[in-house]
Design a protein around this ligand. Sequence first.
Ligand SMILES: Cc1cc2nc3c(=O)[nH]c(=O)nc-3n(C[C@H](O)[C@H](O)[C@H](O)COP(=O)(O)OP(=O)(O)OC[C@H]3O[C@@H](n4cnc5c(N)ncnc54)[C@H](O)[C@@H]3O)c2cc1C
Ligand code: FES
Ligand code: FES
Length: 452
Amino acid sequence: MTETPCFKLNHRELPLAGCDPRQSLLRWLNARGLSGTKEGCGDGDCGACTVALLETDPDGRPRWRAVNSCLLPLGFLPGRELLTVEALAGGERLHPVQQAMVDCAGSQCGYCTPGFVMSLFAGQQNGELDDACIEGNLCRCTGYRPIRAAMAQLRAQPVPEASVAAAAPLPSTALDGFFSPVSVAEALALKAAHPQAAWIAGATDLGVDLSRQRARAERFIALDRIAELQMLTVSDCEVRIGAGIPLSRLERELHGVFPALDQMLHWFAARQVRNRATLGGNLGSASPIGDLLPVLLALDASIELAGPGGAREIPAQDFFLDYRRTARAEDELILAVRLRRRPHLRTASHKLAKRPSDDISIVAASFALGFDAAGRITHARLAFGGVAAIPRRAVAVEEFLLGRALDADTVAEAASRLRGEFEPLSDHRAGADYRRALCASLFEKFVAEALA
Ligand SMILES: Cc1cc2nc3c(=O)[nH]c(=O)nc-3n(C[C@H](O)[C@H](O)[C@H](O)COP(=O)(O)OP(=O)(O)OC[C@H]3O[C@@H](n4cnc5c(N)ncnc54)[C@H](O)[C@@H]3O)c2cc1C
Ligand code: FES
Ligand code: FES
């Protein structure tokens, strides 16, 4: 363990001793007069608090990644390096990102501007000045056109050198009840010693609770330094996804392997959240509207767990038991998700939400169908989120489809049966009837688009 936990902020080494590891980086920055980083929502939704966190890619290259400081507890920081907007300008000169915002009138009231600047900075550094670069930043004044113009100006410029040393592997640390082990064995030993401590991975769910002072746990075991959880193994027949891999890495490194996963990741939150959120966290939260969960059901994923009694593997279909209750024992850690590669299957995912991006699903659906040479259905998975207390497959409709040709009559009958398959809730997002209708219409959309 390191003696005095420190982190690097804007190129200066700062001690973390005496800090509350549950406090968000945003609150800590503001309390120290670094007021450039703004608080809009405190929930990861607006991007006003965006900062750049130095991460090491699997190829060993250091990269600045945009993250929401309101969701980042200080406990994650020992040994890490961060930049806030205060670090970008050099003396009298603005950083090219700031200059582009000035040139294009990308700022009016200015409250959102530091967040946009940091998202654009990370996007520029990583060659990712695309729409997703700013989708996690809200602006109520400009209408976004000038900000897009600033992004276009940056795209045409050379990328300025940001001198960063390759980050050394992060050590195991402990900061007042916030433990950061570096191996699964160490994590399990910590859990045995502190049974009330909660696993915490990207903190995009738990960070909201911490930011709102409603976290149920006092102690945390962080999973982001455990190399075993960061391993992505791709073979001809299978992919094994480490539970701690940030979703934005899956977007980059698994693109094209599972189209249904690509499609759902596209609608999953915003880049700042995807830079931290993990598949293990989506499974750990086990929310009925966890968007990746229908994908795992449709693709027949299996989930690897490790606990004091050893390792075991459970099919995703058997993982979800009841509302936010799973087959994982409290002291078990999700290690990885395994997905078989079956390119002969036709698959697709759809998500319906009130806003096209960065919004909670009304219904999410993921489908997989296989056919024999005569066009009869030999394999059917129709999985949905938002229609029950847990993500669920429409098993009765799957059985109905087996052995049939996917003609207009079959599709109409399957759609009609899907309308009666679940008993969803009505809430402020949507009524039960609408959700039922969506189960049918999303299946029809899948048939029309993926099987055309
Ligand atoms: C602005 C915003 C937008 C979002 N949009 C979406 C969205 O579009 N779709 C969606 O599905 N979700 C969304 N989320 C929720 C969240 O990002 C996801 O659930 C994410 O996958 C959580 O991962 P995490 O690593 O951040 O989990 P954490 O917050 O670290 O942990 C979540 C839970 O999982 C447990 N856990 C984490 N890792 C493990 C592990 N390896 N083993 C056992 N338990 C573990 C933790 O103990 C905790 O109970 C959003 C969140 C925010 C803030
Ligand atoms: S304050 Fe809104 S995303 Fe952090
Ligand atoms: S400039 Fe006012 S919120 Fe964006």
